[in-house]
Write a new protein. Structure first.
Length: 169
């Protein structure tokens, strides 16, 4: 079973059922587990065009505050079990917010043409630093190549299954 499936299975038994409308999405990498659940939408508020968004943001803020001690206990248990930090998030209507997730430094070596791209983004004010510019580039690729990235992830799952089915060392 993959890390994602192990963690999701454990969380399905551990999280209070009343927290989320459906099972939360769980993503796992080497450093972090991110748990994002869908909250029930608030009643349609009266007001201008921005009222529903403000009500959704308020629902997320309330969830964050009211569940903080329980989320911290569950995160401590998960960190002990899985050896990764746990971040939380919530979706409500069109609003989504992640709470205190990691920003992990990543070492990379870039040649001058790649550094010049980052420096151009900094000079243009798109980013404040090369690090921020690189993060911007990664987000952009993730948005525009989402289908291709998902195909790669699916292929990696198949590779892992083949390894597990192979001969024992």
């Amino acid at each position: 079973m993959s890390d994602d499936a192990d963690v999701a299975a454990w969380l399905s038994g551990r999280l209070p059922q009343e927290w989320f409308e459906t099972a939360p999405s769980v993503s796992v990498d080497r450093e972090e587990i991110v748990v994002v659940g869908r909250l029930a939408a608030p009643e349609e508020p009266e007001g201008g065009a921005g009222a529903p968004r403000r009500a959704e943001a308020g629902r997320i803020a309330r969830f964050r505050e009211e569940t903080r001690p329980a989320r911290m206990r569950i995160a401590d248990e998960a960190e002990a079990l899985f050896g990764r930090k746990v971040a939380w998030g919530a979706r409500c209507g069109q609003a989504e917010e992640l709470f205190t997730n990691l920003a992990t430094p990543v070492m990379t070596r870039l040649r001058q043409p790649q550094r010049q791209v980052l420096d151009t983004l900094v000079e243009a004010g798109v980013a404040r630093t090369r690090s921020e510019a690189l993060a911007w580039c990664v987000r952009l690729v993730g948005q525009h190549q989402q289908d291709w990235i998902q195909q790669l992830r699916d292929a990696l799952v198949d590779v892992e299954r083949a390894r597990e089915a192979g001969p024992a060392a």
